[in-house]
Design a binder for this molecule. Structure first.
Ligand code: ADP
Length: 270
């Protein structure tokens, strides 16, 4: 009878609605948990260098009569303050990337230029460890996106490659077109990453070896930023790594379709 059918239909609709609400609720709760974790992590990460700087400043005050000790403490304050500055910058960058999951005003970006600028940012660190930097790229590769963010992401991968490698090794960067994607790969001959950790290293503040990361001035945010930059460009980042042999990080970004004016032969007047 029609009223029973009607009641059943209303009940099903109601159930459906409740399920959607429950799903929304779970999602909202998850988002809230992630936000709360982030805030807790951030305050923990900020407290460490701030605490260090306070202690060192006290040591300076106590050691006024020993100029050598004062100079030593002052240098450590400078190092900690630099690290703190980078940490704050990266937290801001990452928060921006997380809030907007698309790009503000995408433009055509030349990948060759991105790679050269990113290499410039790690040249000093590489020279200090006598690490050979190699570049091999196809010409004319372009993506639609934010050049500054892409340089940051590639520079983060290069910085890690240098930081987690021994002296006198080689770090290579290359870009090529594979199907519809520009693949940017950064390869090192460093310590590698245990298989069990390879998924987690893209999480905020996750480090395989916290002591080594801190010693090299790492913040634990570099790869999280790379991951978000790739996602915001409609791409992804993956890792291949073997302990003791090295790692390759690959960013895959949708290639910008070549503009007709660039490639079309002149129109045939016939
Ligand atoms: P960090 O500031 O600690 O380098 P990242 O987010 O950039 O933070 O990287 C997370 C962790 O992943 C690092 O602490 C390190 O343990 C590991 N890692 C990243 N890149 C490499 C690499 N090229 N070789 C070995 N380990 C790496």
């Amino acid at each position: 009878d029609a009223s029973v059918v009607m009641r059943v239909r209303v009940a099903t609709l109601g159930l459906h609605h409740v399920l959607i609400l429950a799903e929304d609720h779970t999602h909202a709760r998850r988002v809230e948990e992630v936000r709360r974790d982030f805030v807790a992590n951030v305050s923990h990460e900020l407290k460490t260098p701030v605490g260090g700087i306070s202690l060192l400043a006290e040591a300076v005050l106590d050691g006024k009569d020993d100029p050598e000790a004062v100079a030593r403490f002052a240098e450590r304050i400078r190092v900690e303050a630099t690290r703190l500055g980078r940490l704050v910058q990266e937290i801001v960058d990452l928060s921006r990337l997380q809030v907007a999951d698309t790009l503000h005003e995408p433009e055509l970006v030349d990948i060759g230029t991105v790679l050269v600028e990113a290499l410039d940012r790690v040249r000093v660190a590489a020279e200090a460890k006598d690490i050979d930097l190699g570049l091999a790229t196809e010409r004319g590769l372009r993506v639609f996106g934010d050049a500054e963010l892409l340089v940051t992401a590639v520079a983060n991968l290069l910085t890690n490659a240098v930081n987690y490698s021994d002296t006198r090794t080689r770090v290579g960067i290359g870009a090529r077109l594979v199907d519809d994607a520009v693949e940017i790969a950064v390869t090192d001959q460093g310590q590698g990453i245990p298989a069990a950790e390879q998924e987690r290293i893209f999480e905020r503040f996750y480090r395989v070896d916290a002591a080594r990361s801190r010693a090299t001035g790492g913040t634990g945010l570099g790869l999280a930023i790379v991951k978000h930059v790739c996602a915001n460009h409609g791409g992804e980042v993956t890792v291949w790594s073997q302990e003791g042999r090295g790692s390759t990080f690959t960013m895959r970004l949708p290639v910008a379709a070549p503009q007709a004016v660039d490639t079309d032969p002149p129109a045939d007047p016939a």
